[in-house]
Design a protein around this ligand. Structure first.
Ligand code: SF4
Length: 338
């Protein structure tokens, strides 16, 4: 790879300053906008039920991201346990909402650094941090250790979007690829379905910060993205994602931003008991949302095939080493370029 990850250009003193700042954040936790103020270095737990050591629920080569991220050899994904949101329909609820069992998967920051290097040795295109927000402080420490030991891949920050701007600023140029969700276009649905009071307000600030760091242009090497911003938007049944407001905001920020419009919703977790969430998205609903991209002049990105929900169901219960069945399915259902 000829691309040099941006973290290689962060001076030592600057990295040290950021680590010191991060160390303060986790003592009175403001790692995410919940601002629990828990001293996680001292056993106190906030809403995410996580101490100051990262929980690695699974790590694997992953071929089911957008093709521009999975490439030929896969993304080197690390799935973190627990979460700062509580989505009724979370597809990863086995690892995201199961804190007692997931505590057994706590690892040291040194071990997490080793995992990054193990994945790199498997030839993946990047390191994908999946649901990193509540562990942003220990992950930053691990990245520093991994860099010292030879990490040389761009890092993807694959987040639910409920991130603090203060924390994101510490990741400037540590992260080359931001991959945030933009789940809802109003606070009310975030309150109802993800149990957080201010999702829409917070995600707008977080995405602005990500955009300021990497802009809207995607940088490619050999057909795989090495730097940039891709916003994911999952279409929910009954218009519960308030997609029009999401697109309106993005178009005002920069209509050149890349959007990955996702069709993989299926009712799982508590959604099975919710009358508004307990069904797949209809073709007509999905097409209506896809048309809104045109209405707001959002031309860059990808639209997932409607059949995708059959291919993207993780099974963390049965196989932590291969939760997406890569062994069986090396060619996942693709996304089609817009
Ligand atoms: S990361 Fe966890 S403890 Fe910290 S503010 Fe968010 S939910 Fe609270």
């Amino acid at each position: 790879m000829t691309f040099t990850p941006s973290y290689k250009n962060i001076p030592e003193e600057e990295f040290a300053r950021r680590l010191a700042h991060a160390g303060e954040i986790i003592k009175k936790c403001t790692s995410c906008p919940r601002n629990c103020l828990a001293d996680r270095t001292n056993g106190e737990l906030g809403t995410c039920q996580s101490r100051d050591l990262p929980i690695v629920s699974s790590y694997t080569l992953h071929f089911g991201e957008e093709p521009v991220l999975s490439g030929t050899y896969g993304a080197g994904n690390i799935f973190f346990g627990n979460c700062n949101l509580r989505c009724d329909y979370c597809q990863n609820f086995v690892i995201s909402q199961n804190p007692v069992e997931e505590k057994l998967n706590e690892v040291s920051v040194e071990r997490l650094a080793e995992i990054m290097l193990e994945l790199q040795n498997k030839n993946c295109h990047n390191i994908g941090l999946v649901s990193p927000t509540h562990f942003a402080v220990p992950i930053l420490k691990s990245i520093k250790i991994a860099i010292e030991k030879g990490l040389n891949l761009p890092i993807i920050y694959n987040t639910n979007g409920y991130d603090s701007v203060e924390m994101l600023k510490l990741y400037k140029d540590v992260i080359d690829i931001y991959l945030p969700d933009f789940k809802y276009g109003n606070n009310d649905y975030g309150r109802r379905y993800s149990k957080v009071p201010d999702y829409f307000d917070s995600v707008k600030l977080a995405i602005k910060e990500m955009y300021e760091q990497v802009g809207s242009k995607l940088v490619y090497e050999n057909g795989v993205v090495v730097r940039g911003l891709i916003i994911r938007h999952l279409v929910l049944p009954n218009g519960l994602a308030e997609s029009e407001e999401v697109f309106k905001f993005i178009a005002e920020l920069d209509p050149k931003i890349h959007i990955s419009l996702m069709a993989q919703y299926y009712p799982t977790n508590r959604a099975e008991k919710n009358i508004l969430l307990n069904r797949a998205v209809r073709h007509s609903e999905f097409e209506r949302v896809a048309d809104l991209l045109d209405k707001y002049g959002l031309e860059n990105g990808w639209i997932q095939e409607m059949e995708s929900h059959d291919f993207y169901r993780p099974n963390f219960d049965e196989d932590r080493e291969d939760p997406f069945g890569n062994k069986k399915l090396l060619e996942p259902a693709g996304t089609r370029s817009k």
